[in-house]
Design a protein around this ligand. Structure first.
Ligand code: HPA
Length: 250
């Protein structure tokens, strides 16, 4: 049997209408409840399992997401590759709203989240290598698919994982910029690290929803974010249709 691929959907992607749904599966885990049932289905000829990171009705804020349960359940049902879709704010000048971005690095500013599976019943202390936080092979496939489709996408960038749920101050964004960050979101960590701990191939597809705080005059509104995400997520769905058939299902 070939392993299913997983798509974790973020803000703006609470369901995947391109997925031909076969069944829904609710599972408990040793870490509690995942954010949503697993939606099993077929996409572009492959078995795909979809999980809504913020819940089916977008009710779970970033700092309350049970990242461990989400990653554990995917691994448990046989998933080996995860495409994590996430809305972000754009910091770098070429990261305007609607742009897709495939981050290759992360700076983690989150706190107080359960960020490891290796914290009890330890016979020895484990430190995973996280030099390259995303799977190079999976990133390569995503980048190639975006090129083939001539999508406006950034192929390298650094993702700042912020605690949220509030958006940042302008000074915080200036600090992130000095730290070398290009995009800012709230859910990239500990998700990526937990995926690595489980040995999953994991890569992120970020969709820029707004200019980060202070990058343009005025307030950031949810209406603006939602508007930009509608167009951005259409691009993501097109990308998924293209990339999923070419992923090795090992
Ligand atoms: N900051 C943090 N997370 C986000 C943003 C932002 O500006 N936009 C969408 N997710």
């Amino acid at each position: 049997m070939t392993a299913p691929m997983a798509v974790i959907g973020g803000t703006g992607l609470a369901s995947l209408d391109t997925l031909k749904i076969a069944h829904r599966e609710t599972r408990a885990t040793p870490y509690g409840e995942p954010s949503s049932p697993l939606i099993w289905g077929e996409l572009a000829g492959q078995t795909v399992v979809f999980l809504a990171r913020h819940g089916q009705h977008h009710t779970i804020p970033p700092h309350k997401i049970n990242y461990r349960a989400n990653l554990w359940v995917l691994h448990h049902v046989g998933v080996r590759q995860v495409i994590a879709v996430a809305a972000v704010g754009g910091i770098r000048a070429d990261m305007g709203p609607g742009t897709l971005a495939f981050p290759d690095q992360i700076v983690d500013y989150t706190w107080g989240r359960h960020s490891t599976f290796f914290d009890k019943d330890l016979s020895h202390v484990t430190h995973i290598d996280f030099t390259e936080p995303y799977s190079a092979a999976l990133r390569e496939r995503l980048i190639q698919a975006a090129r083939d489709l001539q999508l406006d996408a950034r192929e390298t960038c650094t993702y700042a994982a912020m605690q949220g749920p509030r958006l940042e101050t302008a000074a915080e964004i200036r600090r992130l910029e000095r730290d070398g960050c290009d995009i800012v979101g709230m859910t990239g960590m500990p998700e990526a690290a937990l995926a690595r701990e489980l040995g999953l191939r994991y890569a992120a597809c970020a969709v820029v929803a707004n200019w980060a705080a202070g990058k343009v005059p005025g307030e950031i509104t949810m209406a603006e974010i939602e508007r930009n995400l509608v167009a951005g997520m259409d691009k993501v769905k097109t990308l998924l249709m293209r990339v999923i058939p070419v992923l090795e299902s090992a």
